[in-house]
Design a protein around this ligand. Sequence first.
Ligand SMILES: [Zn+2]
Ligand SMILES: [Zn+2]
Length: 317
Amino acid sequence: MKQDYEWYNAQLHNHTCHSDGRASVAKTIDLLRERGAQVLALTDHNAASGNEEFLKCCAERGVIGIRGNEISTYFGHVVGLGLEEYVDWRYMRPDDPESIFDLIHERGGLCGYAHPIRIGYPLVPGCSWLFRIHDYSRIDYYEILNTGDYLRSRNDMVIEEWIGKLREGLLHLGAVSALDYHGRPWHGHEYVTWLALPHRMENPEKSAMEAIRRQNMIVCKDRLIELNLVGSDGKEYIPGERVPDGPVRLRVRAEGDALPARPVYHADDADSRREIRPDVPFEAKGFAVVRLFDGQADFDHLVAITNPFHFGGRREQ
Ligand SMILES: [Zn+2]
Ligand SMILES: [Zn+2]
C-alpha cells in the first residue's frame, strides 16, 4: 500500500536560556537534532522571547519548529503549542484553569496537560497539578510520559488516568511524551513522539499541529515501531484515524532490531484491556490504544503506546 504520510521524530516540550534551560536556542536545537529530532517545539516557561530566533534556527537546520510557551503557575503548568502570541500565566486562576485553556485556543494553540502527576513543593514549587479541572474537553492532549520527572514511575499513573478519560468518552484527548528538555546531555533511552505528517506540506508548523490535534501519533522508546491496525476493509489505519467497525488486525513494522525479542502487545478499549497478537483479528469497542512491552506487560517494560484508533463512526476527522 502506498503511504501518504511519513513519520517524524518530535520533541514537543523544551526549554532554553529564555527560561530555565541551560543552552541557547541554537544549541538546544542542535542537541536535540543530534538525538534525531525532526520536529521541535519551544516551550519556555512564561516566555515567548525565543520564538523568532527559534523559527529562524529551525529553518536553517531543516527542522520543523512549533512556537509555544509553557504557562507556568504556582498551581500547575500548561503547554500552549502553536502560539503566535504570548499567553500570560497571570490569567490562570486556581479555581478556573479553563480560562487559560480557552485563551490558548483563541490564539490558535493546542493545550497540553503538562506532567499531570509530579512531585511539587518543596522540591519544585508549581510543578505538581493543584488546579481542579472542571472540563477536560478543553484540554487537547496529555503528557503521558514526562521524562524530566523526578519520580518517573508516576508516569504509569498518568497513562492510566489518560485511558480512563478516553473511557469516559473524552476521545479527543491525545497523548505525547515530553523530554521536558533543559539542555543537559542525556544518556540511554528516552521516549519520542512520532508524528505522521503528509509528504507535501505548505506550512509544516501547521501540519505538525494538525497531526497532534488529530492524534496521528505514537510514542516509542527511541526508535519508531509502527503499530497500525488493518480494518475489515483491508486498509491500514494509523492512530487517530477512524477504523470501520468489525474485526481488526495489528500490523507491526520496525526497522532493524528496534522490535524487542519478546514482544507483548496489549489493547485497551472502552471496556477492557487484553493481550493481542499481530495479524490475529480482534474487536475493539469505541477506541483502541495499543501498547507494546518488552517481555513483561508493566510500565518499566513499555516500548511503545499509540494514540487512540477510533471505532463506531462517532469521531469526525
Ligand atoms: Zn513544567
Ligand atoms: Zn517544562
